[in-house]
Design a protein around this ligand. Sequence first.
Ligand code: CU
Length: 297
Amino acid sequence: MKKSLFVVLSATIALSMFSSVAFGKTSADFTDLKDLDTATKAKFDTMISAGIFNGVSDTAFGLHDEMNRAQFAKVAALIMGLDINKDLNTSSFTDVSIDDRANGYALPYIEALKAAGVTDGYGEGTYNPAGKVTKEQLAAFLVRVLGKDADAQGKTFMDKTVSDWAQGYVALALELKLFPTAEGSFGGVSNATRDLLLLGAYEAKQQLMPVGEQMIHIMDFAFSKKALTVKAGTKVTFMNEEDVPHTIVSDGLFDSSKENRAGIKKGESYSYTFDKPGVYKVYCTFHPFMNTTITVK
Ligand SMILES: [Cu+2]
């Protein structure tokens, strides 16, 4: 318990540290990504620029390299937006060590996943960070990341290449499009590769994005969220919580002052449903330094 509280307390520091790291690479830097189709390349670029994936070397992404449990922990913790305590250097698992040159980097991610209830390890106090991940294990991991464990239990599936315990997970993972569609059997006990991890994580990340309605508060001449990513069709409500009136404007999209010239007063709000994918700057015409960026996917 102590540990997870520490993780929460250190969140702000960890996040700011993380975002200060420079990730300048794109899919074009990796020779083994050259032949991917445009849509797939875009997914790789999204995950690389978000710092969720790096190459295995300066010029190779390691597209078909087998993935391990340490890599999964990092990717899962990042797509879930978990609080990562980068200063953490001891693990609750006996086989996870910061001194492990290959997998030590994953320690804070593994602990974050444990705190979030996604994993309780591999067995008796261990996590097995270097362990390979089979395709059916990846399916189960991704389903858990989405919080749909219970849904998977209720599924039946009949694929002889999938272990009995994993049938429901694989069925649900395919239904949720967490794996690229392929002909024939799933091959659950074969090892998962980094391309499957990336594409599954990309899809899971989309599905984890907030849907429906979002609220941004206005306080102390600032929006409560400096940036927000939503799915197309999300209604965003801007609520003024302070005595000063404000306007809510996005050039070419909407302008609250057209309906309310005096501005949005304390306790009033303005809502807009973002239908089209894009990046929109929202600001107040009275105080142009007040702004936020809404990214619609
Ligand atoms: Cu204002």
